[in-house]
Design a protein around this ligand. Structure first.
Ligand SMILES: [Mn+2]
Length: 350
């Protein structure tokens, strides 16, 4: 297991040097944030990013993420050119020795919350989701009312996209995903890159849009679309854990038995109602995710890939990017390593 930490590049208020000071963190998870979606990533920008990470004494362990253009998810004719561009980006990260690519296949929206600063009893703030609150959000003027999506889409653009997805049901989205994987996975394999799809967060349809990477059966179907170690998953305990029907330990044992967990996101959540949850500190007792059980299941399946603490709360007065402050994620990184050290130590009978 390699402990890693997400870094948002030059615009991240957290300096790489601070990440390097977190005990045991050796890898950085990052991306290029100034490339238009669908364009190939420039080799020189990627090289600059990698050398900055190297200079801080860290390794560029995971690209998270290269966004998949909506036209690919919609199955539009432009997808051929877009998939070629995607393959080019994969070749370039592979040439630099970055071994894992995290991406997702969620229509229009990435991770979605209805409150980015819900106050917990200890005074910290955390990310929260309530399906009823989501249903009240008016998208007719664009994404301005959706927390964290202020300037993403104006009204007309968003309405056109939502309209386009009306003709894409779940099965068609699966077909479009299979088409994409058949083109990119062989390229990833040759480039020495393991792909790792991130589950949909939250793991159910939102705004009437299909979401398919949501459950154990869905992940099994996914890895069967293209049978290759380069076609794996980012196992995000917080995303999948938001649905109490998901048996996370069984899912890890099954996917891990075939070496298809290529990246771990560890985060805890508390589910307080049907499709209502908020994020909590990483340790097991603060939420509904059995983090110790997760680590044992990973150890038992021989997991040796990168892991990162996923979102953290805002604590100690920190102001930062929601979910991506330094302090709580650093506590998560050391906690996770403590669990790992305990269960992999000689003489411990777990
Ligand atoms: Mn995640």
């Amino acid at each position: 297991m390699q402990m890693t930490f997400r870094w948002y590049g030059a615009d991240d208020p957290i300096p790489l040097e601070h990440i390097g000071q977190i005990p045991g963190v050796t890898g950085v998870v990052s991306a290029l944030y100034d490339v238009a979606i669908g364009e190939p990533w420039p080799a020189d920008s990627l090289e600059r990013l990698a050398s900055r990470i190297d200079a801080a004494g860290l390794r560029f362990a995971v690209v998270e993420s290269i966004p998949v253009h909506e036209d690919i998810k919609l199955g539009r004719p432009t997808r051929d050119r877009l998939a070629d561009n995607y393959c080019e980006s994969i070749r370039r990260m592979g040439a630099l020795g970055v071994p894992v690519l995290c991406y997702n296949f969620m229509p229009i929206f990435d991770w979605t919350r209805t409150d980015l600063a819900m106050r917990l009893p200890d005074g910290s703030t955390t990310l929260a989701y309530d399906d009823a609150a989501l249903a009240r959000i008016d998208l007719s003027h664009g994404t301005g009312d959706l927390p964290g999506w202020a300037a993403a889409y104006d009204g007309p653009t968003l309405q056109r996209l939502l309209e386009a997805y009306k003709s894409v049901n779940e099965e068609q989205l699966w077909e479009h995903l299979a088409w994409f994987l058949e083109r990119v996975v062989p390229v990833a394999e040759t480039a020495g890159v393991k792909m790792a799809i991130h589950p949909d967060d939250p793991p159910w349809p939102i705004f009437g849009l299909p979401r398919i990477i949501t459950s154990g059966p869905a992940l099994e179907r996914f890895v069967g679309l293209v049978d290759s170690p380069a076609n794996g998953v980012t196992f995000c305990t917080g995303s999948l854990g938001a649905d109490p029907a998901n048996d996370l330990l069984a899912m890890i044992r099954s996917l891990g038995a075939h070496q298809r967990i290529n990246f771990m996101h560890c985060r805890n959540v508390t589910v307080t109602g049907p499709r209502v949850f908020h994020e909590t500190p990483h340790p097991t007792r603060f939420g509904d995710v059995d983090m110790l059980g997760i680590m044992r299941a990973l150890r038992d399946t021989g997991f040796d890939g990168p892991m990162r603490p996923d979102h953290g709360r805002m604590i100690w007065g920190e102001r930062g990017r929601p979910g991506y402050g330094l302090y709580d994620r650093a506590l998560g990184a050391t906690y996770l390593q403590g669990l790992w050290e305990g269960i992999t130590s000689e003489g411990v009978n777990a």
